[in-house]
Design a protein around this ligand. Structure first.
Ligand code: PEP
Ligand code: MN
Length: 474
């Protein structure tokens, strides 16, 4: 397995002396920070393990295992994001809401890589620039919850916090937070990533014939003729481009080696800090469980444990911003998390909800622009658009998802900033969790498999990428 997957000739130097060091080593660069300094800060999502000794034992075990990613891969992603901040690349981030160890299977992973790759090709054609692919995978096993407990039939148990913490079954045994799960998820992340890496080095090359993709959505009678024509033009251009690249062969062939990066919400700080290591020559620390951890809407409190942890690592980081965040909060987050204005460090992921973009996004864009801060703005059109059907099923509508993207583009256009990426909850499998693109409300129960939020299926995700490509060209 190659140490890194790269589609071009840029060489990222390994950092010398990258050795596992005591994880309590403080940083002299980031004042008062160490990989465990978060322990002194409030954590509203803290996991209530009942055996702290067992937690320490598992953490020590993970600490001794090899990391999942390397600092030079992390640095490469940071430099690609720095490029995207300048408008030279577009970022596509996507995957499950909650990854599960049950779904750590070859077909499910391949389907996910396939849909991310197909979407990225469509977006390359639409935006005429390279796309950076970041999966919500190989570690997206921990979920924040709005409520610490769940009541069913008069019985109250801890909520399901993701496979990294406890099990989804509604029994006291399954719901008890079990530290051994950190080890199991770490191993499943390693298996997933191993498969992603080996598959990236060639196994996706039969995707280069878009004529063979299922593009039936682009012929649907209910679409206006102009939309259908634009979709078909995209497919034609994509086919031409891929055949041309194929003819050129070798170097520059986007499909001979596909680069994927990993990301997850950095929620369980025992897990994250266990694999946080120093590159001594540069006094930089890296969280090597993933290339890009992110702060969620529920974990971005300025004085909280998650901000404390992330401020000391050098990975690029995502920050989810929902409709309640104030412009001042955003500036404070940037001051705390990127005081030295490192290019490629910050990805701001806005998730306002289609109805709230117009009033909540412009003030954020304005204040960051006026302060001259360098960030990558991307849009998560999923989390602000979750609804519950009359029969109690959590879902999202294709129309609202696309509307949030349109509104977000409009807000950036009006402010003179630019939208540099998108973030989706999706799967390559044929599930029925979101409405639209051929799935009706009454179809939801047919293949509703998510343990957390509803995901786009393969066809819906692909159609969405065509809609975005259309908007990119508008
Ligand atoms: C998520 O990405 O699954 C999530 C919980 O998002 P947010 O923090 O934006 O609500
Ligand atoms: Mn989610």
């Amino acid at each position: 397995t190659p140490a890194r997957i790269s589609s071009d000739n840029e060489v990222a130097e390994p950092l010398p002396g990258e050795r596992p060091l005591a994880r309590t080593r403080p940083s002299s660069r980031v004042g008062g920070w160490s990989p465990t300094s978060w322990k002194a800060k409030p954590d509203p999502q803290a996991i209530r393990y009942d055996d702290p000794v067992a937690v320490e034992r598992v953490v020590a075990r993970i600490e001794a295992l090899p990391p999942l990613v390397s600092s030079w891969e992390v640095e490469r992603l940071r430099s690609l994001i720095a490029d995207a901040q300048l408008g030279r690349r577009f970022l596509l981030q996507g995957g499950d809401c909650a990854e599960t160890t049950r779904d750590c299977r070859a077909d499910t992973i391949v389907n996910k890589l396939e849909i991310l790759l197909k979407m990225s090709l469509v977006l390359i054609v639409g935006g005429r620039k390279p796309v950076v692919r970041v999966g919500r995978f190989a570690g997206q096993y921990a979920k924040p919850r709005s409520r610490p407990t769940e009541v069913r039939g008069g019985v109250e148990l801890p909520s399901y916090f993701g496979d990294l913490v406890n099990g989804p079954e509604f029994t006291p045994e399954a719901r008890r937070p079990d530290p051994e799960r950190m080890l199991s998820c770490y191993q499943h992340s390693a298996m997933t990533l191993n498969f992603v890496r080996s598959f990236s080095a060639g196994g996706l090359s039969d995707l280069k014939h878009p004529e063979c993709w299922d593009l039936s959505f682009s012929e649907r009678e209910d679409l206006p003729l102009s939309v259908r024509e634009s979709f078909q033009a995209t497919t034609r251009q994509l086919g031409d481009a891929l055949r041309c690249m194929d003819a050129l062969g070798g170097a520059g062939n986007e499909l001979s080696r596909i680069e994927f990066f990993t990301s997850h919400e950095g929620l369980n700080l025992h897990y994250e800090s266990a694999q946080t290591r120093a590159a001594p020559s540069r006094d930089e620390h890296y969280d090597l469980t993933t290339h890009m951890p992110w702060l969620g809407e529920r974990t971005r409190a300025l004085d909280g444990a998650h901000v404390e942890f992330l401020r000391g690592i050098s990975n690029p980081i995502g920050i989810k911003l929902g409709p309640t965040v104030s412009p001042v909060d955003v500036l404070r987050l940037l001051d705390t998390l990127n005081p030295r204005e490192i290019p490629g460090r910050i990805v701001l992921i806005t998730r306002m909800g289609a109805d709230r973009v117009e009033d909540t996004l412009p003030p954020l864009l304005e204040v960051v622009k006026r302060a001259g801060r360098r960030v990558l703005w991307i849009c998560d059109p999923m989390h602000g658009n979750t609804i519950t059907t009359s029969s109690g099923i959590k879902t999202r509508e294709f129309g609202s998802i696309m509307r949030e993207i349109e509104q977000t583009y409009d807000a950036h256009d009006a402010c003179g900033t630019h939208l540099g990426g998108v973030h989706f909850e999706l799967t390559g499998d044929d599930v029925t969790e979101c409405i639209g693109g051929g799935v009706r409300e009454e179809d939801l129960s047919r293949a509703y498999e998510t343990l957390c939020d509803p995901r786009l299926n393969q066809a819906q995700a692909l159609e969405l990428s065509y809609c975005i490509a259309r908007r990119m060209r508008a």
